[in-house]
Each structure stands twice: as structure tokens, then as C-alpha cells.
Design a protein around this ligand. Structure first.
Ligand SMILES: Cc1cc2nc3c(=O)[nH]c(=O)nc-3n(C[C@H](O)[C@H](O)[C@H](O)COP(=O)(O)OP(=O)(O)OC[C@H]3O[C@@H](n4cnc5c(N)ncnc54)[C@H](O)[C@@H]3O)c2cc1C
Length: 293
């Protein structure tokens, strides 16, 4: 387990940036620590010092601004199961949280840590992609604290790779509050309990006022390529299509042939994508009371 020689816990953004400046940005940022502390102790890749941002109240706020919910980076995964505002405004994230680790890990693990860790199978990432969420970061330049807004689709750039610069931190992530969508989250892994995903996926479905046609469909998959991605070809094909079991089954033909770019277990992953696609669409429809024939 990784241990640090120096460990600071600032309470304000100003204090955080003073500490980052003092350490020339050469520190690990820690929030819940569930990824950081699990790293190898003697790894030469890690600095001796860490700054724990979990006490910064501004990074823990959850705030509705019109039809957008701004979720602080320190928001713990368990909160997506307990907090009424999160449950009502972003039910998609509750679906993913249900499958996330166990309660002990969920009480520490944060949404900011999941994003910054940039795992191809991070469970909160496909839902955030489906939601078209935006990551808000902060950094200090020439003595001034400023921010960037980065769409989640541009944020995860490879395995463990994000556009975060040295000394730049995630402050929050904002998600649109979508009305009338059904949603689902599907995940499979190698173990029954505390399962890290092999493949995960998120589905958001809206139907027209007659309840017979798809109005909008959003589908995101993780674990099949270095970065999680939307299935745009299927989304476009379903827009305006008549809702039926046959139509949903047919969508497997619109999954691009090269969809699985992970090197291992390619055929298995392709089968999972096909099965999740059907099941995810049917579950999302069922959530809004549509049971196709
Ligand atoms: C037993 C176990 C089970 C797990 N199960 C799952 C699972 O089911 N699904 C899943 O997706 N993950 C799982 N994980 C991985 C981990 O819990 C998640 O990635 C979690 O969301 C990380 O959040 P954290 O706050 O603990 O991150 P930390 O460990 O604190 O940090 C993780 C990374 O994010 C960076 N970071 C953290 N906060 C910020 C910030 N505000 N700004 C910039 N960088 C930041 C850190 O520097 C570090 O690189 C599991 C881990 C363990 C140990």
C-alpha cells in the first residue's frame, strides 16, 4: 500500500493552491484514496507528498443551476444512492452506483477520483458520457486561479490519461437534469463480489408522446477500447424508429465491426456488447413503462 511522507489536508481552494505552489505541483492529489492508497508502496512513479482535497467544502457541494446539476468532485459514490437530489436529478448515476464495489468503498470513492483515474472501465464514466456531462477544473496561472470546462468525451484520453495539467484539479462535474428518460446500467466482470468491470455500459432512452417511437437514445460503453465511447451509429439509427423487440434486436447489425479494440477476449466482449445493447434498451424502456412487443 502506498504511503506518503508528507500529507496535507487543505480546507479551502486558496489553501490548496498555496500548497500546490509550494510543492511545485509535484504531489499526488487524493480524495477518497481508494485508487491512490491501493498503489504499490515502492513505486518510483509516485511523489513523497500528497494533498488530500476531501475537506474542501467547495468540491463537495451539490448545486442545481436551472436544468443542470453541478456535482462536486468530492461527491462519494454512496451519495448517488442516498441523496434525494442526486437520485431525482441524475438517476442514471444511481444505476451505476448500485454496481460500484461495496458500501465501504462507495463511502470513500468519489466521482472526481473515478474521472481522474481514467480507467477504461471506470463505472461512472459511461453514464457521464451518456449524460454529455462537463468536467470543471481549476488551476493557478500567474498567481490567478482560473478554470476550464471539459466535456467528458474529451476528458478521458487513454488508459489513465486525462487533459489535467500539473497542479490542475477537478472541482466539479455538471450534468443536465433530463426529464422523462428511462435509463439502465449494465456491467460484467470476472468476480461475483467487488467486481471491477470487464465491460460496462449506460443507456438513456426517451420516447415520443405516442409512446411508439424512440425520440432520443444515448448509449455508452466502457471496457471495449482504451477510452469509453458512445455508440453513435446505433443512436442515430434508433432516433425516430418504431419501438419493437424486432427493431431492438436488429440494432446488433449496426454495431461497428471494429467496436472492440481491447486486445484481450475480443469475441467475448463483442458478445457482451450485443447482449447488453438489447438488455439495456429494454430495461430503459421498462423504466418508463414501455414494454415492446
Ligand atoms: C476494492 C475496490 C473496489 C473497487 N471497485 C470499483 C468499481 O466497482 N467501479 C469503479 O469504477 N471503480 C472501482 N474501484 C476504483 C476506485 O474506487 C474508483 O476509481 C474511485 O472512484 C476513485 O475515487 P477516489 O476518490 O477514491 O480516488 P483517489 O484514490 O483519491 O484518486 C484517484 C485518482 O484521481 C486523482 N484525483 C482524485 N480527486 C481528484 C481531483 N479532485 N482532481 C484531480 N485529480 C483527482 C488522484 O490523484 C488519483 O490519480 C475500486 C477500488 C477498490 C480498492
Amino acid at each position: 500500500m502506498l504511503q506518503y511522507k508528507k500529507y496535507d489536508m487543505p480546507q479551502t481552494i486558496e489553501e490548496l493552491f498555496r500548497l500546490l505552489e509550494r510543492n511545485d505541483g509535484a504531489v499526488d492529489i487524493v480524495s477518497g484514496g481508494t485508487d491512490c492508497f491501493a498503489r504499490e508502496k515502492d513505486s518510483s512513479r509516485h511523489p513523497d507528498a500528497a494533498i488530500d482535497v476531501s475537506r474542501i467544502e467547495a468540491f463537495s457541494r451539490i448545486e442545481r443551476k436551472g436544468d443542470v446539476l453541478v456535482i462536486g468532485a468530492n461527491t462519494r459514490i454512496q451519495q448517488f444512492l442516498n441523496d434525494q437530489e442526486l437520485i431525482e436529478c441524475v438517476p442514471m448515476l444511481r444505476h451505476a452506483a448500485i454496481y460500484f464495489a461495496d458500501q465501504q468503498i462507495r463511502e470513500s470513492a468519489t466521482i472526481g477520483g473515478n474521472l481522474a483515474n481514467a480507467s477504461p472501465t471506470g463505472d461512472m464514466i459511461p453514464p457521464l458520457l451518456a449524460l454529455d456531462a462537463v468536467v470543471h477544473t481549476l488551476r493557478q496561472e500567474a498567481g490567478k486561479i482560473g478554470g476550464r470546462d471539459i466535456p467528458v468525451s474529451d476528458f478521458i484520453q487513454g488508459v489513465g490519461k486525462t487533459p489535467l495539467a500539473r497542479g490542475e484539479v477537478i472541482a466539479s462535474v455538471s450534468c443536465p437534469v433530463l426529464e422523462g428518460y428511462g435509463c439502465a446500467f449494465k456491467k460484467v466482470g470476472l468476480r461475483r463480489s467487488l467486481c471491477i468491470s470487464t465491460v460496462n455500459s449506460a443507456f438513456l432512452v426517451k420516447v415520443d408522446s405516442s409512446g411508439r417511437y424512440f425520440e432520443e437514445v444515448r448509449i455508452a460503453f466502457g471496457g471495449i477500447a482504451p477510452t469509453p465511447a458512445r455508440l453513435k451509429a446505433v443512436e442515430e439509427k434508433l432516433k425516430g424508429a418504431r419501438i419493437s423487440k424486432a427493431q431492438i434486436q436488429e440494432m446488433a447489425d449496426y454495431i461497428p465491426n471494429d467496436i472492440v479494440r481491447s486486445r484481450s477476449r475480443q469475441e467475448y466482449r463483442k458478445t457482451v456488447v450485443r447482449n447488453f445493447l438489447t438488455a439495456g434498451l429494454l430495461e430503459s424502456l421498462a423504466e418508463i413503462g414501455i414494454l415492446p412487443e
